[in-house]
Design a protein around this ligand. Structure first.
Ligand code: 13P
Length: 262
């Protein structure tokens, strides 16, 4: 299988950094990534700051011509209107956001988001030309009761059911037990589930969709383990939480190719 999928290294800041901290951080990341220009030709870097930082990040990325993409951590399923507290995909599109995270496990568990809602949010993003990064993953209890792949496959199936034909999406497999725990899945475990996800989406949406769609692993990724994940045939990148908040560590992760000796 010839892989045309461009590796994606994505930093989910979660609720960290106000807009002033974001400016300082992105500036540092920009300098740091400039030093590794060479690797960046083949690796896409995207950050996901809080909503309130996005305008500042946009201004800095534009002014300094930084080769960093950015997106939001959530989006409304609705278009603009009477939905207090929500943020429409239309607004994100105006801010130059190329991506939006949908269905992160923290939103699923703290805000009770269902697969159907996550599908609708993803569809709202797609209507504005924004690529949803759809998160799926099993809890420790799910793992115990059903094995690793069952819940992620069920979530992917339910979310895809809400999407139009041949959508441009990214899928992030994030086992809930691995998030923020320091206990990442092994590369083999992650490959097994990401491979099963690719098989499932191919079955549901055809060969071309399965072949083009990038699947990320997330959960306690750091510079020491990124290379192992990236060697796997069905893992096209990583969604990184804690380690994306440290300039040096995030830059090292972006340079994962240097650590790969196949
Ligand atoms: P950590 O990298 O901190 O485990 O977080 C992963 C995550 O939830 C990214 O979305």
């Amino acid at each position: 299988m010839t892989t045309v999928r461009k590796p994606l290294i994505a930093g989910n800041w979660k609720m960290n950094f106000d807009h002033l901290q974001a400016l300082a951080f992105v500036q540092k990341i920009g300098w740091s990534l400039n030093d590794i220009k060479h690797d960046l030709e083949n690796v896409e870097i995207v950050i996901f700051p809080p909503f309130t930082d996005l305008r500042s990040v946009q201004t800095l990325v534009d002014a300094d011509k930084l080769r960093i993409g950015y997106g939001a951590q959530d989006v409304s399923q609705h278009g603009p209107g009477a939905y207090t507290g929500e943020i429409a995909a239309e607004f994100l599109q105006k801010l130059g956001a190329q991506y939006v995270i949908t269905g992160h496990s923290e939103r699923r568990s703290y805000h009770g988001e269902s697969d159907e809602l996550i599908g609708k949010k993803s569809a709202a993003a797609l209507r504005q030309g924004i690529t949803p990064v759809i998160c799926v993953g099993e809890t420790a209890e799910d793992l115990e009761a059903h094995g690793a792949a069952a819940v992620p496959l069920q979530q992917v199936t339910a979310v895809l059911a809400e999407l139009p034909e041949n959508p441009e999406v990214v899928i992030a497999y994030e086992p809930v037990w691995a998030i923020g725990s320091g206990k990442a899945a092994t590369a083999a475990q992650a490959q097994e589930v990401c491979g099963a996800i690719r098989q499932k989406i191919t079955e549901l949406r055809g060969e071309a969709f399965g072949e083009k769609t990038r699947i990320l692993y997330g959960g306690s990724v750091k510079s020491e383990n990124i290379a192992e994940f990236m060697k796997q045939p069905d893992i096209d990148g990583a969604l990184i939480g804690g380690a994306s908040l440290k300039v040096e560590e995030f830059t090292k992760i972006a340079q994962f190719q240097k650590h790969i000796t196949v």
